[in-house]
Design a protein around this ligand. Structure first.
Ligand SMILES: Nc1ncnc2c1ncn2[C@@H]1O[C@H](COP(=O)(O)OP(=O)(O)OP(=O)(O)O)[C@@H](O)[C@H]1O
Ligand SMILES: [Mg+2]
Length: 273
């Protein structure tokens, strides 16, 4: 509609605005400025220019096995922004899982520093680190790790039990997260009564139980067919969009990685691109 004369529309809008502000032109002007600022900010917002919530700085990790040592990570520096959906790709043995475990505080770097949501992980002793992890980070693993003898609802509630959330709140929350991942009608099932894709979605629901700021997933689609794998990545996007959760996913599948905002490619313990 290039060149369309919308003077009449503008006049109508100005009249309505003035009326809404009880005829006070000063208030109307302030409202207009505020609206313009909101529009400007919403246009310039992208996850990549939001605050950095994961800082990995010059991190190396060497595993010692007997007399030999393996340099799994070599001077890696990575940043992840709030609300970003990042995929980590690379060949087997390139250090993807090691990097994810260090970001999640499951292991410590040999050298370098890792800060997650302004918390230097190195400074946290065991108990405090566990509590920080429980509150801030949700993990999803390739092999689900659901407890076979617990019903789905109880499986989902496990992190909330560790966080000592009251039973009524826990139950309410597990129903909500099951709803998010499309398993509201499976809460009384045992894991063996679920399909592979459903088990993975259950593991994601469990990871979401304590409203984590960051969701870390290591090859979460490794055991799924293409349709289910794509559905899981769609679910990650949905979680990010609806909750603002930062999502970091390891995958060797480049097509799936393309669904993320950004890919970090690893090669031989270093960031290749
Ligand atoms: N606990 C450990 N002890 C000794 N070496 C290890 C340990 N964990 C990993 N490694 C070694 O560190 C390197 C990186 O392993 P990592 O598991 O991070 O790779 P990856 O990129 O996740 O591979 P994959 O795609 O096969 O899962 C590998 O050479 C591996 O053998
Ligand atoms: Mg791995």
């Amino acid at each position: 509609m290039a060149g369309r004369d919308n003077t009449e529309e503008k006049r109508l809008y100005a009249t309505q605005l003035l009326k809404a502000c009880d005829g006070n032109a000063q208030t109307a002007l302030q409202e207009l400025k505020l609206a313009a600022k909101t529009i400007r900010e919403s246009k310039s917002y992208t996850p990549q220019n939001s605050e950095v919530v994961v800082h990995v700085e010059n991190v190396s990790k060497t595993y010692k096995v007997g007399k030999t040592s393996v340099e799994a990570l070599k001077d890696v520096t990575v940043q992840v922004h709030k609300g970003e959906f990042v995929a980590i790709t690379g060949t087997s043995g390139s250090g993807k899982s090691t990097l994810l475990q260090l970001i999640g505080g499951l292991d410590k770097p040999s050298t370098g520093a890792i800060t997650v949501h302004s918390q230097d992980l190195q400074k946290l002793r065991d108990g405090k680190l566990s509590r920080f992890r429980n509150r801030t980070i949700g993990f999803v693993f390739q092999f689900f790790y659901l407890q076979p003898f617990l019903r789905l609802q109880t499986n989902i509630e496990v992190p909330a039990m560790f966080a000592r959330t009251k039973r009524a709140v826990r139950t309410e929350k597990s129903k909500e997260t099951a709803e998010t991942v499309g398993l509201a009608d499976r809460l009384r099932h045992y894991p063996r009564e679920l399909s592979g894709g459903q088990m993975q979605r259950a593991a994601i629901a469990r990871a979401l139980q304590n409203n984590p700021e960051i969701l870390l997933a290591d090859e979460p689609t490794g055991n799924l067919d293409h349709a289910n794998a794509t559905a899981i990545f769609d679910l990650f996007k949905q979680i990010r969009d609806e909750r603002g959760t930062t999502v970091v996913v390891v995958t060797h599948d480049l097509a799936l990685a393309g669904m993320a905002d950004r890919s970090i490619h690893m090669s031989d313990g270093a960031i290749a691109s």
